[in-house]
Design a protein around this ligand. Structure first.
Ligand SMILES: Cc1ncc(COP(=O)(O)O)c(C=O)c1O
Length: 381
């Protein structure tokens, strides 16, 4: 039987290091509701990420829904169609109309010019995604937000630990939302967090994630249950001490892929500038030209060899059944559609062996060696 290789494998600390946390939880019988581990995790996390105000959540989707709710938005919100579907769902769950703008084909992130063109008198906010952990053009987005008096919420689900010029990107906008889902570079099984721009904003988020309570008998807001439990917080505390070393090992894997593919004109990939400390969250490659046929052939070949690469993000959100045919896209979204047709995320995780990685590389390389008998196929994103 062929060995299975998934696109990612969650990092877990040694089990024996988790047991003392379990003992603490069993002893205290505090399982949730901002318990001691939750408190400790929030303050250590803020310090680690270099941000001032953070609130941890049971998952990233509830965190997104809560951040949007906290801003009291109305009408339209400009967002990207090239993301995981939770980004758009969170808007619709708040009764807002998502308006898709196209992305930049090199960064895969919202193109500021396209954001500006999508603004109408109904626009209240922008919801960009730091796709694959690659930072958005934060300065241009901030300028647009100020010019048009719009709020900004960053979906930073992929961007744990990412910095630009040594500064966390999570402080940008009104709120940034993280996911600690098992598939993410930093996991608490399920989990998430909101980074707030001020103490008052954090207080509002903390209230909203706990049904709107401010004391035993006062409910000030229509809140929700977004609380992180003590088991998740314990996992988060442990993960923090391993994150730097996990990053080092992911970087090595990333560099081996880059070495292998940089001489192949048929394969394009994301390159980040030197002033960015990236987290190597994904290794997306872009292959083929028009339509998904060539990409799907490589995807099928990998699958046949037991390698579960993933097509993040295909189909693009406006083409999913839930959104198809609705008037959410005033402009062409051709870059997002093309990226969606060309992308394959190759496996990258702590523990991916060199032999397995070489096998993945050789499948992609051999595919093109054989194909190029019919003429060279360049990828033009
Ligand atoms: C871009 C993006 N936004 C939001 C989410 C939702 O996060 P969660 O799975 O923690 O609810 C995810 C991932 O799952 C994501 O990739």
């Amino acid at each position: 039987m062929k060995k299975k290789i998934e696109v990612t494998k969650p990092f877990l600390p040694p089990l024996e290091e988790f047991l003392p946390y379990l003992e603490r939880i069993w002893e205290s019988r505090v399982l949730t509701n901002a318990g001691p581990l939750h408190q400790e995790f929030e303050s250590r996390l803020a310090e680690y990420l270099g941000v001032e105000h953070i609130s941890v959540f049971s998952n990233g989707t509830l965190a997104l829904i809560t951040a949007i709710k906290a801003l009291g938005l109305s009408g339209e919100v400009i967002t990207t169609p090239y993301s995981f579907v939770a980004t758009t769902h969170a808007l619709v769950w708040n009764g807002l109309t998502p308006v898709f703008a196209d992305v930049d084909k090199k960064t895969c992130n919202l193109d500021p010019d396209k954001i500006e063109k999508a603004i109408t008198c109904k626009t209240s906010a922008i919801l960009p995604v730091h796709c694959y952990g690659v930072p958005c053009d934060i300065d241009s987005i901030q300028r647009i937000a100020e010019d048009y008096r719009l709020k900004v919420i960053y979906d930073a689900a992929h961007a744990f630990g990412v910095k630009v010029n040594q500064r966390s990107i999570l402080s940008a906008g009104n709120y940034s939302v993280l996911s600690f889902h098992a598939t993410k570079v930093f996991n608490t099984f399920e989990g998430g967090a909101i980074v707030s721009a001020s103490k008052e904003s954090k207080q509002r988020i903390d209230r909203l994630k706990n049904f709107g309570f401010i004391d035993e008998v006062t409910v000030l807001d229509v809140g929700i249950n977004g609380k992180m439990n003590e088991l998740q917080a314990a996992m988060g505390l442990l993960q923090l001490s391993y994150f730097d070393s996990v990053m080092e090992r992911r970087e090595k894997i990333y560099k081996r892929y880059v070495n292998a593919f940089s001489l192949m004109r048929e394969v394009d990939f994301v390159v980040v500038d030197d002033h960015i400390s990236w987290n190597y969250a994904y290794f997306p490659i872009f292959v083929g030209g028009e339509g998904p046929a060539l990409r799907d052939a490589i995807y099928a070949l990998l699958k046949n060899e037991g390698i579960n690469a993933r097509r993040y993000f295909f189909p693009v959100i406006h083409r999913l059944d839930a959104y198809k045919g609705k008037e959410f896209a005033p402009m062409a979204l051709s870059n997002a559609e093309r990226l969606g047709d060309q992308v394959i995320c190759l496996p990258i995780y702590d523990g991916l062996g060199e032999e397995d990685q070489d096998h993945i590389i050789s499948i992609v390389r051999n595919f093109f060696l054989e194909k190029n008998g019919d003429g060279e196929i360049c990828c033009s994103r």
